[in-house]
Design a protein around this ligand. Structure first.
Ligand code: DQA
Length: 147
């Protein structure tokens, strides 16, 4: 089975209760179950992790490089300003691994500061505005690349 680490950044641990009109009603633990199920159906071993800490996210990208693990990443607010996370993501894609950037909402339809992603330029691709289905589509993209 091909490993995929699905990473959610800051404040996404509050999924389900955080502004549900924007981010939906699926909780983090429900999303973890969906990610596992969707992954298994695609012959992927997909695991969800969440952290509010940039340090954790950078370290997890390094671990993925070392282990040859593909990444699905919702960088949350770090999307817009974390050059440290961008540089860590660049290491993943330079290694030939997939890194699919996912956003539940469409940042381009929101406040101006959300229109910039410092991650997109080093990602394999970006999926935005489709809610939790975006994670499913990202896993399908990884499966298509490894298949
Ligand atoms: C988000 C969009 C970001 O602008 C925001 O800071 C988030 C979530 C999304 O999934 O739509 O926390 O990445």
């Amino acid at each position: 089975m091909t490993d995929v680490l699905v990473v959610n950044g800051p404040n996404l641990g509050r999924l389900g209760s955080r502004e549900p009109e924007k981010y939906g009603s699926t909780t983090e633990s429900e999303l973890a179950g969906l990610v596992r199920e969707w992954g298994a159906a695609l012959a992927l071993q997909a695991t969800l992790r969440q952290s509010d800490s940039e340090t954790d996210l950078v370290r997890w990208m390094h671990e993925c490089v070392d282990a040859g693990t593909h990444v699905v990443l919702n960088p949350a607010a770090f999307t817009h300003y974390s050059y440290a996370l961008r540089d860590a993501c660049a290491l993943v894609t330079r290694e030939g691994l997939a890194l699919i950037e996912v956003h539940l909402t469409n940042p381009h339809a929101r406040e101006e500061f959300r229109h910039t992603s410092v991650i997109s330029g080093v990602a394999t691709g970006t999926i935005a505005g489709l809610g939790v289905e975006g994670y499913h589509l990202a896993l399908r993209a990884v499966a298509a690349r490894v298949g």
